[in-house]
Each structure stands twice: as C-alpha cells, then as structure tokens.
Design a protein around this ligand. Structure first.
Ligand SMILES: Cc1ncc(C[n+]2csc(CCOP(=O)(O)OP(=O)(O)O)c2C)c(N)n1
Ligand code: SF4
Ligand SMILES: [Mg+2]
Length: 347
C-alpha cells in the first residue's frame, strides 16, 4: 500500500482536537494565537496524534492559554518554566510526544537559560514559539525579540537594544532543527509544525504573529489584517540549499547531515529578529509568490478521502505504534502489517 502523507485538505476533522464548547477564546479579535492553534490541531489530527500519546506544555502569557482549549493533557507551567517541565515529562514518559507552546518572552527572556540548556541537551521536544515580538498579556512591554527602535509600553522612545538571535541560539546545537514561519503563511506553518514533530531531536518553530492590541496598533498598524498583509508582502521563502535564514525569510534549517539539510534556507550572514516595526518604512517587495499551484476540487476530495482513510487506519493501532507512525519511525503500511490489519478490509 502506498504511504499516505497529504496535509493539504484537512477538512473540519481537526475540530475534534479542540474544546469548541469553550469558544470564543479569551484572545483579542485578530490575535494570531488562534491561527497557530488551528494549524496545530490540523497537524495533530492529520498525524493521528491524540491525548493518548501527545502532551502539551504551555507557559504564562496570552499564548499559554492554548493548552486549555485543546483536548490533550496539558501543563500550564510557571512563566519561563515550560522547558524543564517538558523535559521532565519526556524523561519519565519517553513514549509520549511533548509539544511546548509558549510566547517569545516566556521562551527567550525569563526562560532563556532553560532554552540554552534544553537545546544543548537535545531534548526530544518540539517548541512552537508564538513570536509576537512583545509581552502581550501584560500590556505590551519590550521583550527579547522586540526589534530595535520599536516603540513599546516600556520603551516609548523606541527599544534601544538588539533582539535575541533565536536562529543562532537554536542552531548552536548540532542536533536541533529550526524553522521560521508566519501566521500569514498557514500551509507553510502547518508543514513545518509537522516536520518539527517528526524531527528526532530538539525542534523549534519560530512563528511570527500579530499582537494587534498591545503591539500592532502602537507601531502604526490599523488592524490585524494590515499586519497579515505586511507579513505576506515582506516574508519570502528562502532559496533551496542555503544554511541560514536571512531576515524576513521563512524556511527550515536541519542539522548538518540530516537527509533534508540544505533544502530549506537562504545563505546570509544576517541573523536575528527581522523586525515588524523596523521594516515598516522599507519599500514593499514584489508581489508574493503563491506557495503551491491551485488544487482542483477533485484533487481536494481525493486527498480528503485519503486522509480520512489514513486516520481510520491509525485509530486501529496502539498509541505507541501510532506515535511511531506519526513521527516517521515506521510507515503506516508496515505498522498495519505488523498488527495484522488489512488496510483494504472493512474495519
Ligand atoms: C515569574 C513571573 N514573572 C513575570 C510574570 C508576569 N508576566 C506574565 S506573562 C508575561 C510576559 C508574556 O509575554 P510572552 O511570553 O511573550 O507571551 P504573550 O503574552 O506575548 O503571548 C509576564 C512578564 C509572571 N507571571 N511570572
Ligand atoms: S494582547 Fe495581544 S497576544 Fe494577547 S490576546 Fe490580545 S492580541 Fe493576542
Ligand atoms: Mg509575546
């Protein structure tokens, strides 16, 4: 049986990963966090990951509220302490998939020391960092990824400091995978979240997203839509084969020697946070290139059916085997064979 790997047509099945009865969420209208949650739910659903094999760990901040809206066991840790908690869970329950969802402040400021050492130890975790370049929850103070010169609640004259170089920090480990994406580039985000979960080592997805209320309006954006348009016009896919992402490039950087290394990014000597505010005055780039050719309705229906069949088959596997399939350790076909399940027989 051919291996089924589509991600393009998830349908609405991902809703089963969400506590929709708790909606509307606490997040401001137009906040980027909800988009990240939907994309994560889609990936989990596509991969067949559920509460039996996947745990979420979140920190304090607007981003940290995500755990309460998802149908997974989740730990709402102290501010800055997601990583030691996540690593402890992974240590005692290595068969579980552990996904950290945290803000840029939580991850790189108060949690920065943990980040250095979790990367160094190559903990088998995936971090989704909602990088809104601000302390959102507390009203919009300067954070570690706030670009230089950005006006914030705590730096009304403009941030005098340089943002932390997350890419460089993560890539200081020879094992870690680093991906950059944005809330505008939803298909790209979905694909890199999946790749990060599949990565056998520490993986970090740095997601530029909008905090319209406590950052965007202060730096001149009238709406969340304006911020998304800015991401669309400014961020470009990195060329294939490079080993570093330039500012405003999205892509994936794998460890050296990884089969996919060299597929993701552009060569550049510049690093660090690209900077929403700093780039506001820059001339807009050329019109963005579509991420993929349009897909016909027939093709979408075929992929949806394929995806549903995969999910139905995944549901018949033990949780541990399901996790191995979802993270690419074995193929679905091999797992079914080992379990004595005929993929073409009715369940
Ligand atoms: C130990 C501790 N220090 C400080 C705070 C106050 N605090 C709560 S959230 C937060 C920053 C949130 O920013 P970020 O992590 O980027 O998350 P966002 O709200 O932007 O999603 C701070 C400083 C706290 N709750 N606990
Ligand atoms: S304050 Fe900012 S990050 Fe927090 S919910 Fe509102 S828009 Fe989102
Ligand atoms: Mg933040």
């Amino acid at each position: 049986m051919a291996e089924l790997t589509t991600l393009e047509s998830p349908g609405l099945d991902f809703k089963r990963r969400l506590k929709v009865d708790l909606f509307p969420t606490i997040w401001c209208p137009g906040c980027g966090i909800g988009t990240i949650m939907i994309q994560l739910a889609m990936v989990l659903d596509e991969m067949g990951l559920d509460e039996t094999n996947t745990i979420l760990v979140t920190g304090i901040g607007c981003t940290g509220r995500m755990g309460s809206y998802m149908k997974h066991e989740s730990v709402y840790t102290l501010h800055g302490r997601t990583l030691p908690v996540a690593e402890a869970i992974k240590t005692v329950r290595p068969e579980m998939n552990v996904i950290v969802v945290s803000g840029d402040g939580d991850t790189a400021s108060i949690g920065g020391n943990h980040l250095i050492h979790t990367v160094r130890r190559n903990a088998r975790l995936t971090v989704l960092c909602n990088n809104n370049e601000i302390y959102g929850l507390t009203g919009g103070q300067t954070g570690p990824t706030t670009p230089t010169a950005t006006r914030t609640l705590s730096s009304p004259g403009g941030n005098p400091n340089s943002p932390i170089n997350l890419q460089g920090l993560i890539r200081s480990s020879s094992h870690a995978m680093y991906a950059k994406t944005t809330v505008y580039h939803q298909l790209h985000m979905r694909n890199v979240i999946r790749e990060a979960i599949e990565h056998d080592g520490f993986s970090f997805v740095d997601i530029t997203s909008q905090c319209i209320e406590n950052n965007g309006r202060r730096i001149g954006f009238a709406s969340a839509n304006e911020m998304l348009t800015f991401y669309r016009k400014t961020y470009k896919r990195a060329p294939k084969g490079a080993r570093q992402l330039a500012p405003f490039e999205i892509g994936v950087l794998y460890p050296d020697g990884h089969p996919s290394a060299g597929d993701g990014a552009a060569a550049s000597t510049e690093t660090g946070s690209a900077g929403t505010a700093a780039a506001r005055g820059a001339a807009p780039g050329p019109a963005p290139v579509r991420e993929k050719a349009p897909v016909s309705d027939e093709e979408k229906a075929r992929r949806r059916a394929e995806s549903q069949k995969r999910l139905a088959l995944m549901a018949r596997l033990d949780a541990a085997v399901k996790l191995d399939v979802a993270t690419g350790k074995i193929s679905l076909a091999d797992a079914l064979l080992a379990a004595g399940i005929d993929p073409d027989a009715a369940p």
